[in-house]
Ligand binder design. Structure first.
Ligand SMILES: [Zn+2]
Length: 377
């Protein structure tokens, strides 16, 4: 192959790979309300979202009370007896000047299993900030939970308990989650926490934060059939940001689990425009498909104690590739060795030149700088 042809082939292959990666990195298309009853439909969940995100509903407001009443009524309508955990609580561990506190009303829908080995807790918060209707944050998570609960009820009971926990007062400092995790008797039995959040208005729902000892959970995520978008790189980035969700509280309580969120359109976060009109319904579908698949999969799992091992994971097309974190260093060494061998052989045979290598390295650096500059602009 001539060098020119080889360059062309490399360019085409790169473009094709990028296009495929973008295709597989998007959220699934929202299903209409007429979708079969056993599947998750964003079209059906949207009806809930329209009620939840009609206007801002911060803790203590009339709108907040109405959202809670809607949750209680809907859960009861689905044949599950709701519980409201009403208690005054504070969250003393927040790294702020003041200690957040509130009288919280967590709404619980506890679906009992046939031979339960533990509780799968699905969590989203139903309060919003005062400045936003909260369609994405966290109306989408709440609406997805109601539609998931409905879809689960169409099938036979699962083995384990599934707890739908609609937390209160997340925006005032994770107070509702704190009240549940540290003061509700059911918290003791929680084996896995699946938290659903948003920091934008559309885009794929990413699994951006797993709990400790996550290898078995990542294996379940891969096997569940959920259209998971996940990368251990997200977790590394998230750890360096000063952000918290209800999931933080469960980690403090010694629990493990998975944290999901979408973040495209981040300028609408906590803004007046985080409303139904600007909301991407595909994100709701993605939240829901992942939620339902994991509820069914973990709901029938033996929940046996797994070794406390972490995973490295990433998407490759439609697959979630994962391996033990302890393999990372040997794999990296092998890759480095392969590069060194290729360089030495290439230089010896005259196929590579120092000047060409320098240009190549410079191009990689320039691409990184140009990318950062474009994002800033
Ligand atoms: Zn939130």
């Amino acid at each position: 192959m001539s060098p020119r042809l080889a360059s062309l082939a490399a360019a085409v292959l790169t473009a094709l790979t990028a296009a495929l990666a973008l295709h597989f990195a998007s959220a699934p298309t929202a299903l209409p309300a007429t979708a079969p009853p056993e599947v998750f439909s964003a079209g059906r969940a949207r009806e809930h979202l329209a009620r939840i995100a009609a206007r801002p509903h911060p803790v203590g407001s009339q709108a907040h009370r109405e959202v809670r009443e809607y949750l209680v009524d809907t859960v009861r309508g689905l044949g599950v007896t709701p519980e409201v955990q009403a208690t005054a609580a504070i969250h003393p561990d927040m790294e702020e000047n003041s200690i957040p506190g509130a009288t919280v009303h967590n709404v619980l829908a506890h679906v009992k299993g046939q031979d339960s080995r533990g509780v799968i807790a699905i969590v989203a918060h139903y309060d919003s900030v005062p400045t936003s209707p909260g369609a994405s944050d966290d109306g989408a998570g709440v609406a997805a939970m109601l539609e998931t609960l409905r879809a689960l009820r169409t099938g036979p009971p699962l083995r384990n308990d599934v707890l739908f926990l609609f937390t209160d007062a997340e925006e005032t400092g994770l107070v509702g989650a704190r009240a549940f995790a540290f003061h509700h008797p059911l918290a003791e039995q929680v084996s896995v926490v699946l938290n659903f959040e948003a920091r934008g208005s559309h885009g794929p729902s990413l699994m951006f934060q797993p709990g400790p000892g996550n290898r078995w959970l990542i294996q379940h995520l891969a096997r569940s059939g959920a259209p998971a978008q996940a990368s251990s790189l997200f977790d590394e980035v998230y750890r360096r940001l000063q952000n918290d969700t209800d999931f933080t509280v469960f980690l403090q309580r010694g629990k493990t689990g998975l944290n999901f969120g979408f973040l495209d359109g981040f300028m609408r976060y906590h803004a007046r425009t985080d409303d139904l009109a600007h909301f991407g319904l595909d994100s709701l579908q993605h939240h829901g498909e992942v939620m339902l698949a994991l509820a069914r999969h973990l709901g029938d799992d033996a929940l046996e104690p797994a070794p406390p091992e972490d995973a490295v994971y990433f998407n490759a097309g439609p697959f979630l590739v994962h391996h033990a974190a302890s393999w990372a260093a040997p794999i990296a060494l092998l890759a480095l060795l392969a590069v060194v061998v290729a360089l030495v052989m290439g230089l010896r045979r005259g196929r590579l030149r120092a000047s060409g290598l320098t240009w190549g390295a410079g191009a990689v650096l320039a691409a990184a700088v140009a990318g950062a500059a474009a994002v800033q602009a």
